[in-house]
Design a protein around this ligand. Sequence first.
Ligand code: NDP
Length: 444
Amino acid sequence: MSYVDEVIDQVIAQNPTEKEFHQAVKEVLDSIRVVVDANEEQFRRDALLERLVNPERQFKFRVPWVDDNGQVHVNTGYRVQFNSAIGPYKGGIRLHPSVNIGIIKFLGFEQIFKNSLTGLPIGGGKGGSDFDPKGKSDREIMAFCQSFMTELCKYIGADTDVPAGDIGTGAREIGYMFGQYKRIRGLFEGTLTGKGLSYGGSLARTEATGYGLLYLTDAMLKRNGMDIKGKTVLVSGSGNVAIYATEKAQQLGAKVVTVSDSTGWVYDPDGIDVAALKEIKEVKRARLTEYKNYRPNSEYHEGRGVWTVKADIALPCATQNELNIDDAKALVANGITAVAEGANMPTTAEATEYLQENNVLFAPGKAANAGGVATSALEMSQNSERLSWSFEKVDSMLKDIMVNLFNNIDNAATKYGFEGNYVVGANIAGFEKVVDAMNAQGIV
Ligand code: NDP
C-alpha cells in the first residue's frame, strides 16, 4: 500500500467519528501523491505525513454562561493548534451548533496550507464552540464570549496563536473576546484579528475574504482567456464572505443574482442590492425573507436552490458540503464556466471531481478564500508596528497577494503535469513550503 493510503487509513482508524477531517485529509493527501511518491523514503523515515495530520496540540474546555433568565448553560470550547512550522498558529473561531472536534480539525488542517499559500508567516489553527449565537441578546453573547475567552486566553497570544472570526463570530464577538483577553492578561496586543477600527483593527479586513475571492476568480478567468465583466454570478450565503463577494463582483462589472441563508434563498434578476443586504444582515440581523421589502421584483424561496439558476460563475460562500453532486450536475447542465469556493470545503469531493471532469474552472477554498487570513496577517503587522495603513494600501496588498497566489498554484499544477487543476496546484504549493520549514526545524 502507498504511504499516502496508509496515512489516510490511520487517520480514519484513529479518529473514527471525524468525517469532515477524513474528507479534508484525503483531499489534500490524494492530490500531493506525486510529491510524496518522489520523496517516499525520506518522508516515511521522518514520519512526515503522520506529523502533518496530527495537531501539535488541541484543547477542549467547558464554557459555562448565564442567560437573561438566570439559567446556566454549558457549551464546549475547542482550539486546535495544528502546525506552527511557518509562524504562530492562525485561524478563526466558529460559533455554530454543528461544531465538534472533527469540524475544527478539518478547518485547522485546511488552514495550514491556506496560510502557507498567502506567502505570509502564519501557521495553522482553528477554534470554536457549539454555542448558537442566533436569537441571543447582546448580553448573552457577551457572557458567552467572556467565559470562552477566560479559558482560551491561557493558550493564545500575539506571538503564539492569533484567532479571528468565522461563522457566528463577527466584529461584536471579537470585541467582547478581545476585551476579556486584555482584562485577564493585562496586555493590549494583537492577539485577535478582525478587531474594530478604534482598537487595532485593519481597514479592509471586513471586506477581505469576499474581495480576495473575486481578485482570485478574476485572475483565474483572465488566465483562461475570459473576463468577469458582464458575467452572471451565483452566490450562496449572506454572511461576511457572501456580502463582500457580491459587492466586489458587482464593482468588477458582474451581476450577482442569488444569495441564501440557512432557511432559504433569494433570486434577484436585476442583481442583488448590496446596500439592502447589508442592512438586513449586518444591521438588523434579520432573515432574507425581508429582502423582498426592498426589491419587489425579487423572489424568495424556502430551502435550497441557488445552484439551479443559470449563470456563468458560482461562488459558494456559506458552509461546508453545501454544493453536492446533484448541484454540480445542475450547474454543468446550465453551462457554468467557473466555481470558486468562498467558504471552506463547500463542494463535496464527488461534486468537485464532476466539475473538473466537465472542464469547469475550479478554485478551492484554501486558495480562493485566503484573502481573509492574509489580511489578518496584515492586521498583525500593523499591530506590531503600532500603525494603521490606509484602506487603499491594504486592498492593494490584498490584490497582489491573491494574484501571486493564483500564479503560484497555476505554476505548481503545471510543473507537476496537472495544468489547470488548481486543487492539485494549491495543495502542492501549500505543502511544499510547510514541508521545507518542517524539515529545517528537525523532528518536532
Ligand atoms: P457568517 O456567519 O458571516 O455567514 C455564514 C452564512 O452561511 C450565513 O448566511 C448562514 O446563514 C449560512 N450558513 C451557515 N451555516 C449554514 C448551514 N449549515 N446551512 C446553510 N447555510 C448556512 O460566516 P462567514 O461569511 O464568515 O463564513 C462563511 C464561510 O466562509 C465559512 O465556511 C467560513 O469558514 C469561510 N471563511 C470565512 C472567512 C472570513 O474571513 N469570515 C475567511 C475564510 C473562510 P444563517 O445566517 O441563516 O445561519
